[in-house]
Each structure stands twice: as structure tokens, then as C-alpha cells.
Design a protein. Structure first.
Length: 477
């Protein structure tokens, strides 16, 4: 056995601890969070420094140095692991005793203690004592738990972000509309299959292009300026959500009409714009065709219902409207009157002044009567120089008053003829109303026609009212 010169220091230190309590007190103070010494031959006896008990919230005079008292504060599963580790260390010095124990604090909280120690053995190598240290690692464990919780939150955020990104990519790729993502300089950084199909470029070709190249050459400069304003002007960016229709060109140089909607997208590379594009060429052609058809149908309707000379309704439309109003009058027991008037001596106008002047007379009479009739009344050119006014919900007296206004207004008309004095015009009118025995509106027209010819026979420029049949009762229906 080799004896070193410094071995005497070890002996002196051992003697110092045996004879001088100050050395042991110093060792307790500097050994982390506690020092403990255990008699393995008498397991119930364990000495623990005040720091050991202070870690659990107890003072020195509040705890006995008994193993069972300390072990009562240790979690059972940790105590079981600690006992197994101790037995391994007692049997094999090369197997260290090193355990982390969860203990119950006086206030009910959990305290984490890192306990490690070494067996003191007799000459035969049997462990008789255990000398160990305690280190309160509760703060470290709390940080570990918080770190694990944060890692779990980060994992969840990562997973949800990954799913959201995958969903966004799927929406971009599978969109039924063409989509292009453009950077602040106008270069295309992403395009979906519909964009490839719409413009005829491959995806690789699109990613090498500036968006301006998809605009017809005549509009490229204006498009570039507009694109720059969207990037630079916050007010312009606020308007990007609205859609508009513009022209675009394909790889084959075909010009198409597209509906485009722009949305800002903030990326780590700066502000980008996502363009949602829909080809509306065929749609617009269809709309144009429908509008033309509608206009043509309107013209046909006007031609079918309107007198081309005066712009009034024609006889065909009048008969249709008269039958409708007659049916309503009969069904709801409402009054219905009719004025039929004819231009006096109209044949002489045509013979003396020509058909041009005659046409002017017809037009002016149509305008004059139109200004007098009410909403809901129907004025029509009945044929030649005859005009008719249908008056729903109107009795004979009101019809006579309206007819008199028309007659007076027309008699005040003057028609200009070159190199001749202004010509005056008069009319003769007959008025009738629906009677109870009438089965159709033709009867009403016939009575008004008879009254009109009576007015002519009495000297023209007058109104004759067809009086109700004497056998008709006071009711209409």
C-alpha cells in the first residue's frame, strides 16, 4: 500500500470533524441544500441537516431525525425507486446512488429533491453508513414542465399551421378560377392549373413572366402604372376586393375578356397580390346576344302594337286592351266608357294640301289628346282619321267632360302650310258606356260609332252621348 505525504491531511480533517463542531457546521452551510448521514445498521436513525427540512417547510425543532418521518414525505413510487438504487449501491460500489425524489411540502405543493450519496464501508467492504447531499431542483423542474407545455403548444400550432397551409395550397390549386400570385415587381411567383389552362403557358413559363405580359400590348403601360399604384397607395389597396372586367391575351395571341379580382397578401418577401381570374368572353357574348334579342323583341312588340305615324297604340292593341278592361268591368261591376272621334272633313285636307299635311294633322291630334288623357286610359288610332279612347272605371258624365276637353284643345290647333293661312281642325265624337246587356266590348264600340256619326250629321265639331237603353236597369252587371 502506497502512503502519500498528504494522507496526514485526511487524518487531520477527520479528527477536526470529530473534535470540532465548527468544521461540520461549515460543511452543512456550503453543501447545496442539505447534508444527510444514515446509519445503515440501524436504518431508523438518519441525521439530516436543517437545510434538508427547510426545503420541505419545517424548522429544525419541528422534525425528528427518523427515516420513516423523512420517507413519509416522499412520493411512494419515487421511494420505491430510491430503495432499489440504494440496495444496488450497497452491493456494488461502482453503482452510484443518484435519485430525483418528489416530496410533499408542508403547504401541500411538490418539492423536487436531487439526492446523491456514497456508502461508507468497513474493512470487509460492507456498507455501514451513507453520507449524502440534497439539492432542491424544484425551480428547474418547474421550468422543464413549462418548457414541455410550451413545446406541446408549439407542436399543436405547428400542426394546425401545417394543416392550414396545406388547405390553403389545396384551395389555391383546386380553385375553379385561374389564380396568379404576383410579387411587388409584377413577377408571377405562383399559378394554379386553371391559370395554365386559361393562358396556354406552362407553369414554368408563367413563373418566368411578368403579369404585364398577359395584357394586350396596347394596354400594358397603363396596366403597369395601375399595378404600381396598388402596391404604393394604401387607398388603392383597399379597393382591390372589387372585381372588374378587362382584356387579357393568351400564349396564342388570342384576346379574351376576363373578370379579375385582386386581394393583397402579406408574405415574408413583402406585399404580394393574388389575382382571381375568370374567363367571361363567352358569357359576355351571350349577354350581348340576349340584349340584342331583347331589343329586337321590343322593336317587334312596338311594331305590333304601335301606329308608326302617330306613335299611338294601333287598332290591334286597342282591341286586346278593350277586351281585357271589359272583362274586368263585368267581373267587378265597374263602369267603363269609350270615346270614338273622327277628324272633320279630313279628306279635303289630303285633297287640297296633300298627304304630308294630312299626316301632320294626324300627329298633332295624337299629341294633343295624349296630353289630356289620364294614367290608365288607352288612346289609339282606330283607323284612317279615327281615334278611340278607352276609359276604365269612368261613367258617361266624366267621359263627356274629358271628350269636351279633347274637342276644345283640338279646335284650338293650327296647322302651318307654306304660303297659306294657318289651318284649323275640328272633330266629331261619340261616347258610350258598358251596359248590363252587353256581352262584349264590340257593342260599346258600335254605340260610340253610331253616336259619332250622329254628331257629324248634326253639323260636326260636337259630341254626342249614346244614352243607355231604356230597358237597362240602374245596375251595370
Amino acid at each position: 500500500m502506497i502512503v502519500r505525504d498528504s494522507d496526514y491531511l485526511k487524518l487531520e480533517l477527520t479528527k477536526l470533524f470529530a473534535e470540532n463542531g465548527e468544521g461540520l457546521a461549515f460543511l452543512q452551510q456550503v453543501t447545496l441544500d442539505g447534508l444527510w448521514y444514515w446509519d445503515l445498521d440501524q436504518p431508523d436513525n438518519r441525521w439530516m441537516s436543517p437545510k434538508c427540512w427547510a426545503a420541505l417547510g419545517y424548522g429544525l425543532d419541528e422534525a425528528d431525525h427518523l427515516s420513516e418521518e423523512w420517507q413519509a414525505h416522499v412520493f411512494p413510487e419515487d421511494l420505491e425507486l430510491s430503495a432499489a438504487n440504494l440496495e444496488q449501491h450497497r452491493a456494488d460500489p461502482l453503482c452510484p446512488y443518484d435519485q430525483v425524489l418528489r416530496c410533499k411540502h408542508r403547504n401541500g405543493s411538490t418539492v423536487w429533491i436531487h439526492s446523491h450519496g456514497v456508502a461508507i464501508r468497513d474493512e470487509q467492504g460492507h456498507a455501514t453508513r451513507m453520507l449524502g447531499l440534497h439539492h432542491n431542483i424544484t425551480h428547474i423542474k418547474q421550468l422543464e414542465q413549462r418548457h414541455k407545455k410550451n413545446l406541446h403548444i408549439i407542436d399543436e400550432l405547428y400542426a394546425s399551421t401545417k394543416v392550414a397551409l396545406e388547405e390553403a395550397e389545396a384551395l389555391f390549386t383546386s380553385s375553379p378560377d385561374a389564380k396568379l400570385q404576383v410579387d411587388q415587381d409584377g413577377f408571377i411567383v405562383r399559378g394554379n392549373p386553371e391559370a395554365v389552362h386559361l393562358f396556354g403557358y406552362s407553369e414554368a413559363e408563367l413563373l418566368d413572366m411578368n403579369i404585364d405580359l398577359l395584357v394586350p400590348e396596347a394596354y400594358r403601360e397603363a396596366h403597369a402604372k395601375g399595378r404600381s399604384s396598388i402596391q404604393l397607395d394604401p387607398r388603392a389597396r383597399a379597393m382591390t376586393g372589387a372585381s372588374r372586367v378587362i382584356q387579357a391575351c393568351t400564349k396564342s395571341r388570342q384576346t379574351i375578356q376576363i373578370e379579375i379580382r385582386l386581394n393583397s397578401l402579406q408574405t415574408r418577401y413583402g406585399s404580394h397580390v393574388v389575382a382571381t381570374i375568370r374567363d367571361v368572353t363567352e358569357y359576355n357574348l351571350m349577354v350581348t346576344s340576349l340584349q340584342q334579342t331583347r331589343a329586337e323583341n321590343k322593336c317587334l312588340t312596338i311594331d305590333a302594337t304601335t301606329d308608326p305615324l302617330t306613335g299611338l297604340y294601333n287598332r290591334r292593341y286597342f282591341k286586346k286592351q278593350a277586351n281585357k278592361e271589359f272583362a274586368n268591368s263585368w267581373r267587378y261591376n265597374n263602369e267603363l266608357s269609350l270615346i270614338l272621334f273622327d277628324i272633320d272633313n279630313f279628306k279635303q285636307f289630303n285633297d287640297l294640301y296633300g298627304h304630308v299635311v294630312g299626316d301632320q294633322v294626324l300627329q298633332q291630334i295624337g299629341h294633343s289628346a295624349t296630353d289630356i288623357i289620364r294614367n290608365g286610359d288607352t288612346l289609339a288610332r282606330f283607323g284612317g282619321e279615327e281615334f278611340v279612347v278607352l276609359l276604365p272605371m269612368t261613367g258617361l258624365h266624366a267621359a263627356q267632360a274629358l271628350a269636351e276637353r279633347i274637342r276644345q284643345d283640338i279646335s284650338d290647333l293650327r296647322v302651318a302650310v307654306a304660303d297659306r293661312p294657318l289651318l284649323g281642325v275640328t272633330i266629331s265624337a261619340g261616347i258610350s258606356a258598358r251596359e248590363s246587356q252587353d256581352k262584349n266590348v264590340q257593342k260599346v264600340i258600335e254605340r260610340a260609332d253610331a253616336a259619332m256619326y250622329q254628331a257629324k250629321a248634326l253639323g260636326r265639331n260636337r259630341i254626342v252621348v249614346s244614352e243607355p237603353d231604356a230597358q237597362s236597369n240602374s245596375g251595370l252587371g
